[in-house]
Design a protein around this ligand. Sequence first.
Ligand SMILES: Nc1ncnc2c1ncn2[C@@H]1O[C@H](COP(=O)(O)OP(=O)(O)OP(=O)(O)O)[C@@H](O)[C@H]1O
Length: 324
Amino acid sequence: MIEARELTKRYGGKAAVDRLSFTVRPGHVTGFLGPNGAGKSTTMRMILGLDAPSGGAVTVNGRRYYRSAAPLREVGSLLDATSVHGGRTARQHLLGLARSNGIGGSRVDEVLEAVGLTRVAGKRAKGLSLGMGQRLGIAAALLGDPGVLILDEPVNGLDTEGIRWIRDLLKSLAADGRTVFLSSHLMSEMELTADHLIVIGRGRLLADTDMRDFIETNSQGATLLRTPGAEAQRMRALLETAGASVRLDARGGWRVGGLTPAEIGELARTQDLAIHELTPVFSSLEEVYTDMTRASVEYRGTAGTYEAENAEDAENAENKEPVR
Ligand SMILES: Nc1ncnc2c1ncn2[C@@H]1O[C@H](COP(=O)(O)OP(=O)(O)OP(=O)(O)O)[C@@H](O)[C@H]1O
């Protein structure tokens, strides 16, 4: 269990983390979301005792983590997979960590096997691919068989198979009763992996909520509509005339907003148009998250005029209560 209470970190005059309170519970995969610069890494570093809070406190299993006698047995973390001595082999790297934490050498072989690096265990870290380096970081996090895992962007650099592997791994670790806390900018992956979410923006809590509740409560209701190809444009025109928003859905068919499925069906009947599918759909995590954090985006490409566009949004967001 990780508990943050009024956790704050200031750099100069600026609050990178601003009175953040949340609890990360065992038995769940908790996703930690926020735009670039929102304060995720700073929060994780404070949990691990690598940065000192300017105010408030954060504990792991009720204690400040840096006071732990056998840290790797309590918390496994992956913050930066490239922070490995390039001249050491994968096995040497893990053996060094194991020794300094009183962990036997046989565990090193177990975790190498678990992350699929046994074949390259004798290879120097600087010769490992991005994905292999990421797996080595995950192996180090698992080394002490810890009850709490804190992973900053663990799928960074992993291929499709690797992403699926880590999804299954994290879910099974949570199902074993461990506390799993991870950040990622890959929303589609987060939607599949996490069952709870903590969302921050500009260092402040925006939401601390169950994943399904978050999506269902904040979704713009819409309907997926499929019609025979020959009638699609007539159907679209009919819906738009009735005031609906209609756009192509990535899965094929139209995504219709502003009308209920029953209203769509009745409209189609008036023009004798056939319907092959009419399914209520929720927004994706990405859509809900993008709406929620729009005001908190600190770094944005120049195609959007951020300062002017968001000044008012940001003010409104700061006065909002977090979603719980
Ligand atoms: N050592 C530091 N000195 C000064 N400012 C810092 C320092 N570390 C972080 N910051 C600032 O604190 C804010 C939060 O940064 P942080 O890296 O925690 O965000 P993040 O949510 O992890 O971002 P990203 O998604 O880009 O990794 C940013 O404005 C960053 O510039």
